[in-house]
Design a protein around this ligand. Sequence first.
Ligand code: ZN
Length: 481
Amino acid sequence: MRMHWTIIAGLAVALAMPAKAQQKTGLAAAADAMGATTLASIQYTGSGSVFSFGQAFEPGQRWPLFVQRAYTASVDYLAPGMRLVQVRSQGEHPPRGGGAQAVGADQRTVQVVSGKFAWQEGGPQAVPNSAAAQDRLLQMWTTPHGVIKAAEANAASVTGNTITFKLDGREVKATLNAQNLVEKVSYLSTNEVIGDYPIEIAYTDYADFGGVKFPRHIVQNEDGFPTLDIAVSEVKPNAVVSVDVPANVRNAPPPAPLRPTVDKLADGVWAFTTPNARNWAVEMADHVVVVEGIGSEARSLAVMDEIAKVIPNKPIRYVINTHAHYDHSGGLRTYPAKGVTVVTHEMNKPCFEKVWARPRTIAPDLLSKSPRPLMFETVSDKKVMTDGTRTIELYYMKGTSHNMYNLLVYLPNEKLVYWGDGYNPPDGNDPRDTARTPEQMIDLYRVITQNKLDVKTIAPAHGAGPKPYENLLKAIGLIPL
Ligand SMILES: [Zn+2]
């Protein structure tokens, strides 16, 4: 334990007795060692690697890597608020996994939180996203000095070198090293696919920046694999940080409940679209097949309401899952919660069974509140689902770089195709997706041509649609624009 002596300059020698030793312990010692007490704000900059959580190439493997060209966090502990500027570029060569690979030009994102408000900067005006405020504040209060301040404000307990407190109902643990500097912070987060999962942040290689100690190496792990690994190059204690809430963010109405727009793709085939997510319902003789449990439980319930309107009086019996990325399977559990059979690649079944059995204490869902037996049908290379009239064909997208166990959905009579990822048709007349290079679009084209599919219309999971199939061919340069 580091000792702190009260010494009044010039009087120390004159005193008959030495000044009484004041040995600060626990939180106070950490605050002193870190230089947290007089720190009202901080800005730190680094670079390294960033990884796309929930977008692994293969279920259970590490998150895909991107280059983090820049990472600048500006924290105002008093507001409280934080602005996080990140610039990323392609990290996997060749592309491997999701997270909107392969990145073309560098992508810059600016995320801000200020109290209960959150927004995105970088466009012509701020884009409100106050649903993200809770997570971003948690991120802010788990920075090296933030965690000390949050512990002080939330009646933390200290046992040995471990500080424990509750923030927003979640337990946060901070571990101190031998110099009383914060070396690790951990807490539980939640995700629709995997339920409760651990976030662990390691702060190492401390240096002094104008009396304030700050780690020069930050590694964040989420559910066992890194999501961030940066070397810190510059630290400015008490930097000027402005997180004033823009008027359009302050006055933004609360987000409306999700209501999908409904498009009829063909007789008995419907698409349900919410911002950046689409799925289908296919009417069979005596039941409904849903294509993709994309998004969240809230979205799946909203889609079920719409399905009941366009295909009344037929039960949903199957839900097809293209792949196990968390955006595509976030709303999948809602279906088995209603007794619906999940159709997925055979290699995804054990993964879903494993992660769906995990605890969900932070955000219980329908299936965790009322568990019921899971029913799966699996696909190896190809599967045909038919009622004699309508046919759905599922193809294993072997050899694609987006995800190891990915399915393509094809309706041969309607000449319709659905995929999870690869090409997201943009709005407007130019079919090129300029943010990405075409590797994964070419993968998609290869699977379609290898299986000799006769495609007329595409209405995939992301992007605008329905669109003509020619748009994919134009996007990869096979036919002129
Ligand atoms: Zn994906």
